[in-house]
Design a protein around this ligand. Structure first.
Ligand SMILES: Cc1cc2nc3c(=O)[nH]c(=O)nc-3n(C[C@H](O)[C@H](O)[C@H](O)COP(=O)(O)OP(=O)(O)OC[C@H]3O[C@@H](n4cnc5c(N)ncnc54)[C@H](O)[C@@H]3O)c2cc1C
Length: 417
């Protein structure tokens, strides 16, 4: 009997969880990703603010799955799916639209940045989705200090040392606080013409409060903490314009050479490849067993899938992707070995967490609300646990302890291609 072929597209949280759940399955599994690494996105902001190096938040997929003999990893960009004939098409550096046949397909291609219809903002306000983005943001931040130090005219220092973050969700809040710590501790004594502590950090969001997914009290706690760190929090107004000189919000121009976008996400084109029903945001509407209607062999998981639970769409967070990936893997395994059908997918919400500067976090788990150092310890433990490999866990733990004690960061290099 020919061996069953499972193709997984995307080695993020969802795709990697699917592959791992299929480790003992008698099938030939192919995992395709356009990068060679599994990226731990929740810590990207720490690369952007120089706490961690890129190598501490990502691991080569091939290395992560080195013991999984039934799985082949391919570095390639998927460009389309022929769902009637069961082919996926991928391209790499020297070949285009190479077909690969599947019996089961799992699409776990995540999300990209959304500028809410203002694509022109992208060139002035880079987002934070990939390692390349994080290094580019780090370059921009460090470069701004270098330019200011080299600039004789003190009137220009203010513009160069104003950083604007658009989006007060977890990434914007964590990033603003980390930036405030960077300028007030690590960089403080290293410049002669400028005082990094005078840096202006502005966090902008159209929502009436920061961290809208958290309870109102935790959201207020986070806002107060940000303000204590010197971050200007501007809420209730959307950004009207972004250009090379900064942003316009509520009719006021904020002059800045460094604007960072953390506001919106748009799903991958999986819905277009499949030509199936999507939700308003473009995510593929899946059935309760995570398959696509009419195609029980195609699963879509994670940020690029849309599924309601208790009347609300599931959030685009790592836990949803992980749990859906595991579920899809087990379901495919059972179908191949003749096991029972699982119950419909149900997301188990383990809570939300965000760090707001050194040794301070807010944590919400069901009715439990926590803020401060204990919450930060919980945040640190959870994030270490979910890093893909043991060497990353050890390396990040050591770096955090070192940074906590000395204020020194993992990498403050400006590395341009
Ligand atoms: C900066 C940031 C911070 C975040 N912080 C948190 C947090 O604190 N807590 C939390 O729970 N969630 C957080 N999230 C969200 C979380 O990371 C996502 O929900 C999660 O990564 C979704 O997993 P996924 O598998 O759907 O997609 P991803 O993890 O994004 O993986 C998608 C994979 O598909 C690959 N891919 C995409 N398109 C193609 C293609 N055409 N061909 C081949 N490969 C392709 C990509 O390279 C990637 O490896 C954060 C996200 C970001 C960007």
């Amino acid at each position: 009997m020919p061996q069953i072929k499972v193709v997984i597209v995307g080695a993020g949280f969802g795709g990697l969880a699917t592959a791992r759940a299929l480790r003992n399955t008698p099938a030939r599994i192919t995992l395709i990703d356009r990068t060679n690494h599994h990226l731990f996105q929740p810590l990207l902001y720490q690369v952007a603010t120089s706490v961690l190096t890129p190598g501490q938040v990502a691991s080569p997929v091939r290395g992560v799955l080195r013991r999984q003999k039934n799985t082949t990893v391919i570095l390639g960009e998927v460009t389309g799916v022929d769902k009637d004939n069961k082919y996926v098409f991928w391209s790499d550096a020297d070949r285009e639209n190479v077909p690969i046949h599947y019996n089961y397909l799992v699409l776990a291609t995540g999300a990209t940045q959304s500028y809410f219809g203002h694509k022109e903002f992208a060139q002035y306000a880079p987002g934070l989705k990939t390692l390349v983005d994080a290094v580019a943001v780090r370059n921009n931040i460090l470069q701004a200090f270098e330019q200011a130090e080299a600039e004789e005219d003190p009137r220009r220092h203010r513009d160069l040392l104003t950083f604007v973050l658009v989006g007060a969700g977890p990434t914007g809040v964590e990033m603003a606080a980390a930036l405030a710590i960077l300028v007030r501790s690590t960089l403080k004594s290293e410049f002669r013409r400028i005082d990094p502590a005078t840096t202006r950090i502005v966090l902008v969001d159209m929502a009436p409060r920061v961290l809208t997914d958290f309870s109102e009290d935790l959201s207020n706690t986070a806002k107060l903490r940000l303000q204590k760190l010197g971050v200007e929090v501007r809420l209730g107004h959307s950004v009207e314009h972004i250009d090379a000189d900064g942003i316009i919000v509520a009719g006021e121009r904020i002059v800045s050479k460094t604007v960072i976008w953390t506001a919106g996400v748009a799903p991958s084109p999986a819905g277009k490849w499949l030509n199936v029903e999507t939700d308003g945001a473009g995510r593929v509407r899946v059935q309760p067993d995570l398959t696509v209607p009419g195609h029980p062999e195609i699963f879509v998981v994670g940020d690029t899938a849309s599924l309601d639970q208790n009347g609300k769409p599931l959030p685009g967070v790592a836990q949803v992707a992980l749990q859906q990936g595991r579920y899809a893997g087990r379901w495919i395994h059972n179908r191949i070995v003749g096991g029972a059908a699982p119950k419909p997918f149900r997301y188990f919400d383990k809570g939300s967490m965000a760090v707001v500067g050194k040794g301070f976090a807010v944590v919400q788990i069901g009715k439990i609300r926590l803020s401060g150092f204990a919450a930060w310890l919980a945040w640190a433990a959870v994030h270490l646990q979910f890093l893909a490999t043991l060497n990353l866990r050890v390396s990040v733990f050591v770096q955090w302890v070192w940074t906590y004690i000395t204020g020194q960061r993992g990498s403050r290099l400006i590395v341009k291609p």
